[in-house]
Design a protein around this ligand. Sequence first.
Ligand SMILES: [Zn+2]
Length: 369
Amino acid sequence: MKEYQVCNRCIMDTSDSEITFDEYGVCNHCRNFDENIRPRWFPNEQGQQMLLSIVEKIKQENKNNDYDCIIGLSGGVDSSFLAYKAVQMGLRLLAVHVDAGWNSEIAVRNIENICKKLNIDLYTHVVDWEEVAEVQRAFLLSGVANQDTPQDHAFFAGLYNYAVKNNVKYVLSGLNFATEGILPASWGYMAMDLKQVEGIYDRFGRKPLKTFPKVSLFKYLVYYPYIKGMKVIAPLNYMPYDKDEAIKIMAKEFSWQYYGGKHFESRFTKFFQAYYLPAKFGYDKRRAHLSSLIVSGQLTRQEALIEIEKELYPIEQLQEDKEYVLKKLDLTTQEFDEIMKSPNKTFRDYPSNHYLLEKLRTIRGLLKK
Ligand SMILES: [Zn+2]
């Protein structure tokens, strides 16, 4: 067992089993941010210029099409603010909302308000609820950490498949270094690895999946980008992006409402991030999120240390959400307690394309040299 240690610059700690510290007590995530992320992050004048030329290119290429780009809307802060900014820049958006059955009312209202106020066409893809629940149930029974995989896979598969089907080449992504620069690899696993989704489902699923949105790794890494020319752009990395500021602007512009926590727009994600992960694995995702805000200069380390001490889940609310989630996923309290007590599993305990992905990464690394 490693001795407990917290980074001197951010608040990442040894709950990330792969964390390393240098002689100043600064962690590998901080160093990675400085060396690999900061050079690709432009929250300044230069970014504005870069974004302007990207937007011009997109408009030019799509002048004969109905839409310039597609955007996945979850009702959360990042995608909502991105939609607002994209419309301001004159992009004609097609919004896709993939409804996997866990939307909070606030999230749904946010999406409606954004699309109405900004005059964006919205397509809502409702995933067959029985199937989502079955995949999520299988993942819980598998005992892995990455319980967000079923929802994430369905979101991205639904979005990408719809984009390709409608010949929209550009996908706007709310990914951003300002709030997501730090996320330890050891805490999760890539949601786009269909082999993992199907491997776990084969083992624990109870009925065939007929319509659950899927994207194979080949489609995702080769067919979509190289054959269909799909490009994913993350505009929030080319502008200053302050979450509190964004929330204020959106509240004023289209009555956008906050739901009280990163990714808490889904009731399952809330339960998973605020209870399952910390209680079973000791991962508190707030730590990575707050650390991201520290390295991007939006929060002091002192403020983050105060924030992380706050209660993660008020007990009555936890009880209520737990009952709700288990009922929806057809699990008894006993079955769930058994899952929480069973030995923790990792993605390595089930089929995956991890080996292939590592190989690809090495090849890509070599090609860059
Ligand atoms: Zn650090």
